[in-house]
Design a protein around this ligand. Sequence first.
Ligand code: NDP
Ligand code: HSE
Length: 430
Amino acid sequence: MKPVRIGLLGCGTVGGGVVQLLHENARYLASRVGAELSIARVLVRAPERERVPQLSRALLTTDPELLFNDSSIDLFVEVIGGVDPARAYVERALDQGRSVVTANKMLLALHGPALVDRAIARGADLAFEGSVGGGIPIVRTLREALASDWVVSLRGIINGTCNYILSRMSLEGSTFEAALAEAQELGYAEAEPSLDVDGHDAAHKLVVLAMLAFGARVSIGSVPVEGIRRIQPIDHQFAARFGFAIKHLAIGRDHGGAVELRVHPALVRRESVLANVSGVLNAIALEGRALGPCLLSGRGAGDLPTAVSVVADIVDVARARLHGTAGLDTRAIQLQARPVQPLEDLVCRSYLRFPVRDRPGVLARIAGALGECGVSIEQMVQQGSSSSETPVQIVLLTHAARERDVTRALLLLRDADFAVQPALRIRVDE
Ligand code: NDP
Ligand code: HSE
């Protein structure tokens, strides 16, 4: 059988992992597919950069025409990232009737439904296991294993960089900057790391999960997103005193008409499964109507874990091409436009940290503003003293309260003369 020829678009962290895995598992993969998998050409930006040693430098090019005009290429793998030029390349490949494997969650969150339609119209496959959860087979689980059930909710840690940073801060007392630099060095972070730490990467993944779990087509702009920049090592210490760990969560629930989708840091009970998912590990807890709870966990970022997912998609797409079968059956993805529930209706407990100047009456004014807005206090601690240069930290755990009431109270306190910085608010996920 003739080899299946792959056009590789991008060869950085993930692309390098794909090259390595295709090389190391070549015989095994050939026996699974029924033909050898061979890289025909590799599109990059800077060919002089150092690459994985398994890559023949003769395959590198900066000219996309050399790939798109090569009719011997059977399928494309897009691991460039971002929208431009990745979207144009994916569209061009699909328009040529060639299937595409991608790990690009930003592209899918912004243009996924249109790309799915395009793939269906051209009889090609669009495969994207690597786009969520790195090496965790969450996309297949939702598309295949749970095709028989309704997923009603999902909660997950789906950004490896955020989880790595929060874990290093909590377990080693690392600073945010030091932990982020390590995550970048390890190949976990996006080319633009603000996508990770400001929560957007997790939001992109949540939109992809909502497509598969709830059949929902939502606008990324309607998903409330918060990142982890303002969290400090002391927040982990205070959270632990209250019996919690701090995690960056993506949460989705199907409410019938609207879907609830949100991404933000959260206090989770210290004894819970998610609290104990550390470092680059991701975890996604699903609730199926008939299935009940189901948890998937594994390495959520990095070259080889992600390559496992990308190469699994290559295997499926290549097999389908060779044997004339449906492959990943892109037609099975059916989407309906759904509104996202406004966050202001959410009711939950909150962790509030106020960095303040230690003056008489400060505590009363904080309690007063919260009380005026109907937010009641469950626990309170104060750390620091007026003799020190650094601000005093007043930390509260509230009873369950409406989002809009907590927001209003924090607005009342934002410009108070005793406030050194605006309060940090973290929702409690029960
Ligand atoms: P990298 O930045 O490491 O690699 C990007 C690659 O794309 C590089 O080889 C780069 O070329 C090439 N490239 C960038 N712009 C262009 C362009 N205009 N024309 C041609 N080539 C270009 O990114 P990653 O490998 O980390 O990520 C790739 C994709 O995979 C992204 O969508 C990311 O979100 C996703 N992903 C990443 C994971 C990870 O752990 N890193 C995990 C899961 C998904 P050059 O090398 O010459 O600079
Ligand atoms: N930057 C992403 C993360 C890569 O840290 O989770 C995996 O999608």
